[in-house]
Design a protein around this ligand. Structure first.
Ligand code: F6P
Length: 363
């Protein structure tokens, strides 16, 4: 067997753990593994970044990568073959290069593709499957928003990063009697914010799934002050929205996903007129995506990589490996694509635990 492996979408701690597990378990079967660079870029153009790009991967290539963040294959979130942006006369133009991508895949003599990515990558994998390609998906994202799996690797590392940031902000908040806001990533899902708020003992947590009002957040800060704690920590998800409003977006280029921008700044501006305390905000940004994966993500990435090779061996194409009740299983990629994103359940156990320890959601 000859299999291709690629990583798509934003980088995420644990990607190298999957690549390593794929290469080692495939080689143990006597298979060959072709590493495709920068998501589909390496398939759209087989000479992409030649000679340092696409390459056949041996166990030597993955010898020391388990604890490394990022992806040794490179990645891209601007590589949808059905909306591939090329420059024509100096201007960006969207083109469909899907047939060229499939033709290149076939010309490499590959029997299957293991596509590691988030919901966008699964949509692309599903379309590849419809064009006859043998695809197995592996879900990744720090946002934990991929449907049909309990979690994704990368999430635990991102939450750890956000929790450590809250611990640091707590020091300044306490020393200066300030309100410190931490903005975290997550797109339309508030999982990172919610988990970090619980783990970091924040006092308010604002997530896209529960539109917030300024009043209850102000009241929480004032109540803490009355009780002798003149500092507060607020975690705000980048996609959080005020009741009746919408998330705060920046500008985006052709072929790009919408970019979130400004949630913390907007919140600080909304709070300041109501408080006599200083309000500061910190945007944690891409610090959440980098760094060495925590042990949970290394192990889950390894389990997913092994399971993906087993799925190829069993001919389970059009399937994505997934975690259900701590068991790795497979689900149809078509179902993943059709289902809604995995978002925070406002009535679920994590929100319940947070509310029970006094964290306000600004309701
Ligand atoms: O999906 C992962 C993620 O980090 C989101 O949480 C965030 O909104 C987005 O990617 C940022 O993307 P980029 O790296 O393109 O700015």
């Amino acid at each position: 067997m000859k299999i291709g492996v690629m990583t798509g979408g934003g980088d995420c701690p644990g990607l190298n753990a999957v690549i390593r597990a794929v290469v080692l378990s495939a080689h143990a079967r006597g298979w060959e593994v072709f590493g495709i660079e920068d998501a589909t870029h390496g398939l759209v153009d087989l000479d992409y970044r030649s000679p340092h790009g696409n390459r056949w991967l041996t166990p030597d290539h993955v010898e020391d990568i388990l604890g490394q963040g990022g992806t040794i294959l490179g990645t891209s979130n601007k590589s949808d073959p059905w909306n591939f942006v090329v420059e024509v006369d100096g201007k960006p133009v969207s083109t469909d290069v899907s047939q060229q991508t499939v033709d290149n895949f076939n010309s490499l003599g590959l029997d299957a593709l293991i596509s590691i990515g988030g919901d966008g990558s699964m949509r692309i994998a599903n379309k590849f499957g419809n064009m006859g390609m043998n695809v197995v998906g592996v879900p990744k994202t720090i946002d934990q928003d991929v449907a049909a799996t309990d979690t994704t690797f990368g999430f635990a590392t991102a939450v750890q990063c956000a929790t450590e940031a809250i611990d640091r902000l707590q020091d300044t908040a306490e020393s200066h009697d300030r309100v410190m806001i931490l903005e975290v990533m997550g797109r339309d899902a508030g999982h990172i914010a919610l988990h970090a708020a619980i783990a970091g003992s924040a006092h308010a947590c604002l997530i896209p799934e529960i539109p917030y009002k300024i009043g209850p957040v102000v009241e929480k800060v004032k109540e803490r002050r009355r009780n002798g704690h003149p500092h507060s920590i607020i975690v705000v998800a980048e996609g959080a929205m005020p009741a009746g409003g919408e998330a705060s977006y920046g500008e985006n280029e052709l072929g790009e996903m919408p970019k979130y921008f400004g949630a913390a700044q907007r919140l600080a501006a909304g709070l300041e007129p109501h408080l006599e305390l200083d309000v500061r905000f910190t945007i944690l940004g891409h610090l959440q995506r980098g760094g060495s994966p925590v042990q949970f993500d290394r192990i889950l990435g390894t389990r997913y990589g092994v399971a993906a090779v087993e799925a190829v061996e069993a001919g389970k194409f059009g399937q994505m490996v997934a975690l259900k009740n701590n068991q790795v299983t497979t689900v149809a990629i078509a179902d993943v694509v059709e289902q809604h994103q995995h978002r925070v359940d406002p009535q679920g156990p994590f929100v319940h635990a947070a509310r029970s320890v006094g964290i306000t959601f600004g309701e």
